[in-house]
Design a protein around this ligand. Sequence first.
Ligand SMILES: Nc1ncnc2c1ncn2[C@@H]1O[C@H](COP(=O)(O)OP(=O)(O)OP(=O)(O)O)[C@@H](O)[C@H]1O
Ligand SMILES: [Mg+2]
Length: 235
Amino acid sequence: MDLLTVTGVVAGYSAADQILKGLDFTVRDGEIVCIVGPNGAGKSTLLKVIFGLLRPEAGTVLLRDRSIAGLRPREITALGVAYVPQEHNIFASMTVRENLEMGGYADRAGVSGRLDGVMQRFPVLGRKRRQAARTLSGGERQILAMGMALMVQPAILLLDEPSAGLSPLAAQGLFRDIQAINREGVAIALVEQNANEALEISDRAYILVDGRNSRDGDARALAADPEIRRIFLGG
Ligand SMILES: Nc1ncnc2c1ncn2[C@@H]1O[C@H](COP(=O)(O)OP(=O)(O)OP(=O)(O)O)[C@@H](O)[C@H]1O
Ligand SMILES: [Mg+2]
């Protein structure tokens, strides 16, 4: 069943400049759906529209059957959508534990139970709970950012380039964590530059070019497509 349905979305940062030019995007229950495309294609902009940081000029955004376009991020969070931005996604001077508490701020009841759950899910966060977030490695910071998002027990998690800047080994670990979160029942929309690795863990994928849908379909089929390999995956 469709969990998130974006249809014909037009959006931009000013009236004169459309970035998304009529975009379609769907995430079904249980799926990992990856979004790839060149720099500036509008991948982050799409996630911002879904999370309510940017109001679409046209088109619809449905969560199940409910329109969420135009709602505020905090209202969208309460409906089960969590978002990890591409940058500035943790509070560096706060401890790991305080960061997780901030993640759960939108729904304060039961924060301590959920805190325990997230620290069990990611033992490194439990071990380092008293350390300032700035002392974490790049990979650990991304895990913390995901942990913060999971504090609201979302139905869908929007991840914007979680593996950016990580070593290949750390990225591999992160992709395994994303798969594990997904197996626990959270649908995932994943924007990634590491397209090969992302397609490997995804069910379906969308290729965006200049604010429009270029190709979409089964992730493995797209990863094996010679034209896509040539243009987007480095041969
Ligand atoms: N806050 C903003 N104000 C004005 N223009 C913006 C803003 N953020 C992004 N843009 C523009 O919107 C376009 C799409 O940006 P977006 O961040 O969605 O691309 P992206 O596909 O995520 O790229 P990348 O792979 O580099 O992260 C770009 O031309 C960018 O310059
Ligand atoms: Mg981006």
